[in-house]
Design a protein around this ligand. Sequence first.
Ligand code: GLU
Length: 427
Amino acid sequence: MQTTTPAAPLSLEQETNPWLAQAARFDEAAKRLNLEPGIWKVLRYPSREIIVHIPVSMDDGHIEVFTGYRVQHSISRGPCKGGIRYGPDVSLDEVRALASWMTWKCAVVNIPFGGAKGGVICEPKNMSEGELERMTRRYTAALIEFIGPEKDVPAPDMGTNEQTMAWVMDTYSMHMGQTMTSVVTGKPVSLGGSRGRREATGRGISVVTDQALKHLNMIPSETSVIIQGFGNVGSNAAKLLWDKGYKIIGIGEYDGALYNPAGIDISELLEHKARTGTIHKFSGAQAFDKDAILIEKCDVLIPAATENVITSRNAADLKCRILCEGANGPTTPVADEILSEKGIFVIPDILANAGGVTTSYFEWVQDRMGYFWTEDEVNQRLDRIMIDSFNDVLHFSIAHGVNNRIAAYMLAIDRVAHTTKQRGIYA
Ligand code: GLU
């Protein structure tokens, strides 16, 4: 009789390594697609990883050196595309995973980009505007030959914003000797940004949530929602869902949460946050524990903050019907299995949060045309792509008998594998 040694359980550190989490889903989807071994290897690894150590003069006169990354995973379907993240926990494995997720995300929504991601290890909250500007310009200068409208187009991510993108655009333009707005997306509208880009990720989340409700015969007015994260993605998703009549019963942040089973007035909460800088001490809800809010009963749970919030430690306790992933990589592969067993309908990150990069694509198109669309035009085009992509993933999942996440990976890998084979391997 043949015996096999059961695989040792993963440590929490292994379980929450984003690169391993990405690779585990990739391998499973590639296996189900019967992907040929050569293409498997090509798509499994990033095509380029750049590490820079950038000196920056700080306000007090001393020089600090920051470590930054740009990982370009694939150019098979078009230029690389993906955000720049500033944060103390940025690591090469995280940026690698995020770059690969950008490839799969762009392929799921069928826009002509490959994937990339950048990051700088720093604590933006403790840096002045001037320090952030100098660091951003030096980081851009260090990457000058690797980015460009036809090469690699950065965008905002955690810790960066429209102003950061304006500095990247200006630095790149100074080096090129001409204004080149299409080198980055997520810029201010007055500098070649697209109308609707700021709200786009939240909007995409609201559109796919609507679709999931339709599929499950639910209606917004009887649907309760908990959102973790009230930054750009979470707050816009909250506002758009609230406008559509969903009941937002919980909002989580990194340092505490709010809960009101009767529903939170999101318009008032936005005003409160604009006035006080935080969601805390809001009179329209009770203070709640930031971890407990994730396992509170609701119909839709939207993690819209960071990676690894749903792990083997808490997945069994989730009490939602739908999990809509606004963040990149919020759920570990071990947690995936638990959620599948529980029958939770997962709208995976590479579909759920693709509204941002889809409107980035519109921004890049508009910059290159020099002709700008109305907000309605942007939103209608975004809605169409999100609805079609949701349906594509759902059909793949039904046709192949896999969960939505593996279906989304299979759809994406199939598309990227196709162009990789069509282009051939350059020798
Ligand atoms: N950082 C966002 C993401 O993870 C947007 C990327 C982009 O617009 O290029 O999808």
